[in-house]
Design a protein around this ligand. Structure first.
Ligand code: AMP
Ligand code: ZN
Ligand code: ZN
Length: 402
């Protein structure tokens, strides 16, 4: 009898322990390396990213249109395509405020009214998961009146070094349990900068990629050395890729677009035109047969680009072919982005490992709106309705819920 009782007690404890273990919180760290094209990890030596892939998941991810920094970081945060979250390009004309929003202009960049949808840090905080963010687009702006629990203002003249950003992430993870953020997000500007300056296929880009790879190795090893190592999921990904450009592949805007037809012309890759009354067809007809660009009436933009309902997009949109420029001021850079997400040059790296990810798993391609529901799943919170779908990424998860 006694023996039976103690066996029962033991079984009871086992259940409690199992329950405690299952309800133990996991931590999620997501790193964005700006402009890290998916095949940099094939072209250049990336032993540390390869180590992450061997222990976790490796995939290629499609950006949303247009493949630029602000639209895509905000898509990663909200699960909405740029057409729905409002940051439709790095700069755009807003007919409501009659202002040109630009990521480089602090007045418009810092105005929360431009940022629609709900970033993951707000969804998390509403459900009791605290957040620690380093420089993610939108994280220093009071969107819906809310800041992340910890964030830093993005001040171009006084930014933390990459090493300091890693220290900050580790400091979050080393905090006592009650103060430890469940969601940690970190941004780095490279290899976008070098990709623009030197082109995606260049020795200089290779060197920066290798440096970033070694930093990811440091991050991984420091996470692995923590007492909570087995409870940290790490994702390394990016906003868009990089394509070769040169001053030969230019379509001269001035040859086709007459200023008297246009109220506003803004953005490159793509260019948005708000036509003057009565001139829309003139603009369309002038551009329709020009080689190396696509011109669309706003309502005829191909559905797969998910672009064209926001009032911040002009009534005519002009997209240069990948590697081409449609401009009156050609860039002398060697690399550019903003092109179609279906162009392989625009696609990005995705690596992830941790308790929730399968090991040594090569996943198919997926779209970056799915990051928001993936993060929500990792954080065990309920996501908002978005353009993303957990269904499309759940194959990379160790214990999918069916
Ligand atoms: P681009 O290559 O033009 O799409 O943009 C890349 C640049 O965006 C980076 O080099 C940064 O200078 C800038 N950037 C990235 N995040 C932020 C931010 N949160 N606030 C302001 N500028 C940013
Ligand atoms: Zn970028
Ligand atoms: Zn860039």
């Amino acid at each position: 009898m006694n023996k039976r009782l103690s066996l029962l007690a033991l079984a009871g404890w086992f259940c409690i322990l199992l329950f405690a273990q299952q309800s133990e919180k996991n931590y999620t760290v997501i790193v964005s390396l700006d402009g890290f094209r998916w095949d940099y990890a094939e072209m250049y030596e990336t032993p540390h990213l390869d180590r992450i892939a061997a222990r976790g998941v490796k995939a290629t991810m499609l950006p949303s249109y247009p493949a630029s920094t602000f639209p895509n970081h905000y898509t990663l945060a909200t699960g909405l395509v740029p057409d729905h979250h409002g940051i439709v390009n790095n700069s755009f004309w807003d007919p409501v405020t009659q202002l040109r929003y630009s990521m480089g202009d602090s007045l418009t960049r810092n105005n929360p009214d431009y940022y629609l949808g709900e970033p993951i840090w707000i969804t998390a905080q509403k459900q009791g998961v605290s957040t620690g963010i380093t420089y993610w687009v939108g994280s220093d702006i009071p969107i819906k009146g809310v800041f992340p629990d910890s964030y830093l203002f993005y001040d171009n003249s006084n930014l933390l070094s990459y090493e300091e950003r890693i220290d900050r992430t580790l400091a979050f993870l080393e905090r006592p349990e009650e103060e430890r953020p469940g969601l940690i997000m970190m941004y780095m500007e490279e290899p976008d900068g070098v990709g623009h300056r030197s082109g995606p296929v260049s020795e200089q880009t290779g060197q920066v990629v290798q440096y970033l790879d070694s930093l990811m190795g440091v991050l991984k090893d420091r996470i692995d050395a923590l007492p909570i190592a087995g409870r940290v999921n790490l994702i390394v990904t990016s906003d868009h890729g990089m394509a070769d450009i040169n001053t030969e592949r230019v379509v001269d805007m001035d040859l086709y677009l007459k200023p008297e037809w246009c109220e506003v012309i803004d953005g490159r890759a793509p260019t948005s035109v708000f036509s003057k009354p009565g001139y829309r067809d003139s603009i369309y007809l002038a551009l329709k047969d020009v080689p190396h660009i696509q011109v669309w009436k706003k309502e005829e933009i191909p559905a797969e680009l998910n672009y064209g309902t926001s009032d911040r997009i002009g009534d005519i949109v002009i997209a240069p072919d990948t590697g081409w420029q449609f401009t009156d001021r050609p860039s002398t850079s060697k690399g550019a982005h903003g092109f179609s997400p279906f162009s392989p040059e625009m696609q990005v790296i995705f690596r992830a490992y941790g308790p929730d990810f399968k090991e040594g798993y090569k996943s198919g391609t997926f779209v970056n709106v799915d990051i928001y529901p993936l993060l929500a799943w990792l954080l065990r919170i309920t996501p908002e309705q978005t353009d993303g779908r957990f269904e499309r990424v759940k194959q990379m998860i160790k214990f999918p819920i069916d």
